[in-house]
Design a protein around this ligand. Structure first.
Ligand SMILES: C[S@@+](CC[C@H](N)C(=O)[O-])C[C@H]1O[C@@H](n2cnc3c(N)ncnc32)[C@H](O)[C@@H]1O
Length: 320
């Protein structure tokens, strides 16, 4: 039961540490908690829990007399999640267990809510995980999954003060991501476009009351650039300009190369793409910093990240 990505490795882990701090807006979480009808006392499981992000985010809505169990395939993350929970779940019923989403070690009909975030996109057989999540839900219990469509996210350039890509450059970009996502599927790394397929997958698994929302966060740059994510944007660009992240760049290049070739893309296309990225960085990044300095840089961008829920049909309950 070894995941192909070890999420405790530094290049991956930053997604479940740094990125989680800015993933959802507090008022959206509030809205989703209402939408899910979360109540104190609920029994909740979080599959592919990582460091327990969903636990510490939603705990206040169900934790009083309730319980949370986080399950993850990574032994290292489970250990760390346990340590972190000392801070957010004092004297509360919180547990972390190593486990596989394809074969959950829980009784049938055990939980009021079973949730996951950015798990299904990495699975070769997400439908089996959904089936398992359904099995451990009580009749009339709720499944809650948050997953992106990273293919469209990679193509949505949004608006920025920088020069737009030419059509030819956009086509190179488009082709790379097309082959990358095809390659990921071929290599059994999951379907990274799964977000907008959640309603279909829930329907096929026999869920009812299916509903879906989107993360409404929008990233924008306008002077005085004082919001946390705006400051981080500037910091990240400076890192690239100063070539402080060469190792990280190389790590992602290797990963893209592998996926694109597996998906049917050519080495020639990869060369064109990497040279385009380099040219773009050279032409734009220092200019972006200069414009920020002059308070003349603007951008605005959102992503396709879905939150879907559904109900386990009471009729599915099988008497033991
Ligand atoms: C992108 S991380 C998401 C972590 C957490 N849900 C969050 O939002 O911060 C995906 C997690 O799924 C776990 N994972 C991958 N395959 C799994 C499987 N078959 N069973 C259980 N967990 C799995 C990984 O170890 C990783 O922690």
């Amino acid at each position: 039961m070894k995941d192909k990505i070890e999420w405790s490795d530094k290049n991956w882990k930053k997604f479940i540490v740094e990125q989680r701090k800015r993933m959802w807006l507090p008022d959206t979480i509030e809205k989703l908690a209402k939408w899910l009808d979360l109540k104190q006392g609920m029994k909740v499981a979080d599959i592919g829990c990582g460091l327990g992000y969903l636990g510490w985010t939603y705990w206040k809505y169900f934790g009083k007399n309730g319980s949370y169990i986080g399950v993850d395939i990574s032994e290292k993350l489970i250990k760390e999640a346990k340590e972190l929970s000392d801070d957010w779940a004092k004297n509360c019923k919180v547990e972390f267990k190593r486990g596989d989403s394809y074969n959950l070690n829980f009784e049938d009909n055990s939980f009021d809510l079973v949730m996951c975030q950015t798990l299904l996109l990495h699975l070769d057989k997400p439908e089996i995980a959904i089936e398992e999540m359904k099995r451990i839900l009580k009749p009339a219990g709720t499944i809650f999954c948050m997953e992106p469509d990273n293919y469209s996210n990679n193509l949505l350039a949004g608006f920025s003060s920088m020069k737009e890509l030419t059509l030819d450059e956009q086509l190179i970009n488009h082709k790379i991501h097309y082959y990358k996502f095809k390659g990921k599927k071929k290599l059994n790394k999951g379907d990274h476009t799964i977000g907008n397929k959640l309603p279909m997958l829930f329907h096929q698994a026999g869920f009812t009351n299916i509903d879906i929302r989107k993360n409404d966060i929008v990233r924008f740059m306008t002077p005085p650039y004082e919001m946390d994510f705006q400051k981080r944007f500037v910091k990240d660009i400076k890192k690239i300009v100063n070539k402080e992240n060469n190792d990280e760049e190389e790590f992602w290049r290797k990963s893209i190369r592998k996926d694109v070739l597996a998906g049917g893309g050519s080495k020639y296309l990869l060369r064109k793409y990497f040279s385009l990225v380099e040219k773009r960085n050279e032409a734009n990044l220092q200019k972006t910093l200069n414009l920020i300095e002059q308070k003349q840089y603007f951008s605005c961008r959102s992503t396709n990240f879905y939150a879907a829920k559904a109900t386990k049909n009471g009729n599915d309950f099988k008497c033991p």
